[in-house]
Design a protein around this ligand. Sequence first.
Ligand SMILES: Nc1nc2c(c(=O)[nH]1)N[C@@H](CN(C=O)c1ccc(C(=O)N[C@@H](CCC(=O)O)C(=O)O)cc1)CN2
Length: 289
Amino acid sequence: MQEISGLDLADRLRGEMKAAVEERQAAGRRIGLAVVLVGEDPASEIYVRNKQKACKEVGIVSSKISLPADVAEADLLATIEDLNQDDGIHGILVQLPLPDHIDKDKVINAIAPEKDVDGFTPINMGRLLTGGQAYLPCTPQGCLALLEEAGIDLAGKKAVVIGRSNIVGKPVALLLLQENATVTICHSKTQDLDAELADADVLVVAMGKAKAIKPQQVKDGVVIIDVGINRDQEGRVCGDVDAEAFKAADKTCSLTPVPGGVGPMTITMLLKNTLAAEAAIFALKEGNQ
Ligand SMILES: Nc1nc2c(c(=O)[nH]1)N[C@@H](CN(C=O)c1ccc(C(=O)N[C@@H](CCC(=O)O)C(=O)O)cc1)CN2
């Protein structure tokens, strides 16, 4: 089994980004990202901390806006509007999930599309659908970067995506399609998952079920991107793919590890989108002068 490391690729890309940021800083530019965290979900706190750490690593200035779990939706929307108007902020992200009393779609819709570095607004999602210039959602973009790093030419390949969320399944399927793969999306109502998996050349698994995919379900030579982040019975972080069983079976395949695969690439793609947002906002301002 060949491992496709997200840590190695993330490291290299972050090094390149640091150099790009230094060039902009030398020209007097400062790149700002606002991270909005509602409540105290422990996993979200870790992800936000890791995002801020990564920003610092490359020279992006991040500001964390922490709001209480019982914040009124109107107050959260007002916070986003302030950030939309703030010239020092080039990217805005609202960490998900949000508490139940808040309408997630309303909040995402409130983010200015030009600062939507998560790529979750309908404008950016629509542009992704039509093949326009969009900020791509970070996890799907990370999955494609890993496939590219592994040297996979997707044209004509049979790609199977398990999961149909707006954050991962749907956008990753569109990105695979853009690369001319033949794409099948599977989900909880798919009647015969094994039949779909049996001849997949590329498999993206985002089902949220620990160690669900076994080596005997896929063919030799398959390339698997494991998006899952779960805890196993011993409390260890694991993916949706049973990596230990793949190793034990000495399966001929390529697989992203969990941890150390898609996760670090999600954060790296956020940095990439933030740099792109700053460049676009800067170019627009220059053009208007
Ligand atoms: N606004 C957003 N919210 C959420 C997103 C998102 O892209 N934007 N995605 C996920 C959480 N997430 C980023 O926010 C994220 C999840 C996991 C990792 C990561 O690096 N995971 C590690 C393992 C983590 C562990 O040990 O617990 C890894 O895979 O190596 C990064 C980012 C939902 N919310």
